[in-house]
Structure formats: structure tokens, C-alpha cells
Design a protein around this ligand. Structure first.
Ligand code: UD1
Ligand code: UDP
Length: 349
């Protein structure tokens, strides 16, 4: 029996862990302990995902939500150590690039517990992003690096990490494929609209950027549906919202895929939503200057425009070329490949 501790804390990690948990449930030789750091804690940022995606209820919640980076990371380190000492897992699995990823990895590594990093090797080459620091540190101290794309494999190789790296494909692609039938069967909530999300501090915490984005939205003929992350909600309180922008509460994953599926265009600074737009063959305008997912840029399916009003407006008019997703994000079975690999490796020890 192999005992795994899965460490998650933020919205996109719940979606990622769901794919592995689904595989683990069908394997008799793995016992999964779910540890929620508490980084995201509102029901619509956390509970809804556990319910909709049937993720095992957390065995532990470390209640480390809020606070700046040092405080949040420190709270997780402090609360997680006794849990891992007590559970004595054979392996810890971390996801993505949040403070929960970094703190989970650091705690485990210091206890000599092997760590697997799902979604390894992504780089924006922008060290102002807290996520970039989290990714680099995690990749350099974790034991098993599961890369979602060939580009990620190349970055890991350039950093001397080839021996630890495995191309698994993207678990978020698994997820969209898994739910693709039910996405198509559901009816739309709205008609004739663009979908947008904004949550990066570079946009939410910079009034000029946010104003410029809202001005661009104001110039569009379409209605814009905006499920607002709490970080954005706070920033918007001070601003006038254009009439065509409809702000709604954050929605659950299946509702989000529905909003995406029936939208005419996506505008976002989210990593996950950029990819999901590509998976569902929707044009995406990314409100950032760089992306960790260069595969999506091919033939204008994704365009990097930052917070520049003119560039956003110009990108709206651009036509996309040929669409090709084959092999870019794996075959939709990344989670199975990761679990099979880990089982094989752990029995070697
Ligand atoms: C975090 C991740 C980011 C990821 C995003 C996914 C880091 C450094 N950042 O950013 O990589 O893209 O999650 O959404 O780990 N808040 C609430 N309720 C909640 C959650 C947050 O009110 O349920 C508020 C808190 O006041 C908090 C703020 O939002 O201070 C920001 O939350 P935090 O988890 O620190 O960062 P995110 O912006 O969500
Ligand atoms: N998402 C969701 N509800 C929302 C907004 C986003 O379910 O109201 C999903 C989205 O479809 C994607 C994931 O959350 O699967 C992306 O998370 P987020 O944008 O918070 O973080 P990032 O991917 O940028 O780290």
C-alpha cells in the first residue's frame, strides 16, 4: 500500500487534484490523505469544487487563508509539519504554483518525504510574479516533475532537471475531456456574450491597468460576463463599472465550463482559463504580457495584450487561423500516467 498526501489550497488546484483522485479511487494499492491548506476558503472558491467534482473531503484543513506571502506561506509550513510527521506518507503530491505548492513542497522535503509536482516546468520568465518563484523553487527541490507540455520539458532540461522530469500531459486537459459530454448537454445561462476573469495582482492592484481594461470592455458591443474573484471584487468597489459588464459571484467548475462553451470570446489573466479556451476551441485574449502556455498562441487562438486598451480592442477583431491541439497537452490520460509512474517508482524503493 502506498500512502499519498495530496496538498491543495487554491481554486485551480481543486480542479487538478480531482483528476488524480478519480484515478486513485479505482486503485486498491493507494491510500490518499487530502490536505487543504485553507488558502481559498469561501464556499464558491472551495466547497463547490469538492462537491461538484466529488473530491474526497479534506482530512485536514490548515486554515491558512489570507495574509501576505510570508505570513501565508509561513502559516502553512507551521501547520503542515505536524500533519506530515503524524501521517508519514510515502509521497506528497503538490499542484501548480501557488503559495500552497511552495509551502507543501518545502515542508515535505525537509522531512525527507518524496514530492511529486504536477504541472512542473512552466515558466513566464517574469520574476515579479509570485507564482514564478514558487514554480522555480518547487521544481528544484521536488523529486518527480510531471510536465504538462513539451515546452515545459524543455525548460526543465535547460535547468538541469531532465532526470526528474516526465512528460505526462496536462491534467486540466483530462478534466475538460472527462466533462466534455456533459458540457455539451447543458443549456446556456446567457446568450451573445464575452466571458472574462481578472485576478492577477498586476491587474487588480494597479488602478491604471484595471481602468484601461474596463475602458476596452466598455467599447465592445457585446455583454461581458465577469465572475469576480475576491481580489478583483475588492478592487472594483472603488470603480465605475461599464453598463455592458455584468459582475457575478465566482461560479463552480461545471458552470464555468458552461459559460466558456457558450461564450463568443474569452478575455482573461487566468492561466487555467487560457488553456480551457484553447481546449474548447475559443479565441482568448490574455490580459498579460507573457504566458506559460505558448502552445495556445498558435494562429491567434490566444493573444497577449497586457492591460493596453488599444491592443485589447484590436485583438477583438483578429481572426484565428487553423486550429490544432493534437499532442500539445497529452492524450487526456495524464492523471493515469502520473499514478502509474509513481506506483512503479515507489515499489522500486
Ligand atoms: C492565488 C495564487 C494564484 C492563483 C489564484 C487562483 C498565490 C501566490 N497566488 O491567488 O497563483 O492563480 O490563487 O485563483 O498563491 N480571498 C477571499 N476568499 C477566498 C480566497 C481569497 O476573500 O476564498 C481573498 C483574501 O482576502 C486574500 C485575497 O483574496 O487575501 C487573495 O487570495 P490569495 O489566495 O492570497 O491569492 P489569489 O489572488 O487568490
Ligand atoms: N474557474 C471557476 N469559476 C470561476 C472562475 C474560474 O471554476 O468563477 C475555473 C476556471 O475554469 C479554471 C480555474 O478556475 O479551471 C482557473 O483558476 P484561476 O483563474 O483562479 O487560477 P489560475 O489558473 O490563473 O492559477
Amino acid at each position: 500500500m502506498m500512502k499519498i498526501c495530496s496538498i491543495v489550497g487554491a481554486r485551480p488546484q481543486f480542479i487538478k487534484v480531482a483528476t488524480l483522485s478519480r484515478v486513485i479511487k479505482n486503485r486498491k494499492d493507494i491510500d490518499e490523505i487530502m490536505i487543504h491548506t485553507g488558502q481559498h476558503y469561501d464556499d464558491n472558491m472551495s466547497k463547490v469544487f469538492f462537491e461538484q467534482l466529488k473530491i474526497p473531503q479534506p482530512h485536514y484543513n490548515l486554515a491558512a487563508g489570507g495574509g501576505h506571502h510570508g505570513l501565508q506561506t509561513g502559516k502553512i509550513l507551521q501547520a503542515l509539519e505536524p500533519v506530515l510527521v503524524h501521517e508519514k506518507p510515502n509521497l506528497v503530491i503538490v499542484y501548480g504554483d501557488t503559495n500552497s505548492t511552495l509551502a507543501g513542497t518545502l515542508t515535505a522535503v525537509k522531512l525527507n518525504i518524496p514530492v511529486a509536482h504536477v504541472e512542473a516546468g512552466l515558466r513566464s520568465f517574469n520574476r515579479d510574479m509570485p507564482e514564478e518563484i514558487n514554480r522555480i523553487v518547487t521544481d528544484h527541490i521536488a523529486d518527480f516533475l510531471f510536465a504538462p507540455t513539451r515546452t515545459a520539458m524543455d525548460f526543465l532540461a535547460k535547468e538541469g532537471l531532465s532526470e526528474h522530469s516526465v512528460f505526462s500531459g496536462d491534467v486540466m486537459y483530462d478534466s475538460v475531456k472527462f466533462f466534455s459530454k456533459s458540457i455539451r448537454q447543458r443549456r446556456p445561462f446567457y446568450h451573445d456574450y464575452y466571458l472574462t476573469t481578472i485576478h492577477r495582482p498586476a491587474n487588480t492592484d494597479n488602478a491604471n491597468h484595471l481602468l484601461s481594461i474596463l475602458e476596452a470592455f466598455h467599447s465592445f458591443q457585446k455583454k461581458i460576463i465577469l465572475p469576480a474573484h475576491p481580489r478583483l471584487r475588492r478592487a472594483l468597489n472603488q470603480l465605475k463599472i461599464p453598463n455592458n459588464v455584468q459582475i457575478i459571484e465566482p461560479v463552480g467548475y461545471l458552470d464555468m465550463l458552461n459559460l466558456l462553451f457558450y461564450s463568443d470570446l474569452v478575455l482573461t489573466d487566468s492561466g487555467g482559463l487560457q488553456k480551457e479556451s484553447f481546449f474548447l476551441n475559443k479565441k482568448c485574449i490574455t490580459l498579460r504580457d507573457e504566458t506559460e502556455w505558448p502552445e495556445t498562441l498558435e494562429n491567434n487562438w490566444n493573444m497577449l495584450v497586457g492591460a493596453d486598451k488599444e491592443k485589447i480592442c484590436n485583438a477583438e477583431k483578429v481572426k484565428c487561423g487553423e486550429y490544432n491541439i493534437i499532442e500539445k497537452f497529452g492524450n487526456g490520460h495524464a492523471a493515469e500516467q502520473i499514478i502509474d509512474y509513481l506506483l512503479k517508482e515507489s515499489f522500486k524503493c
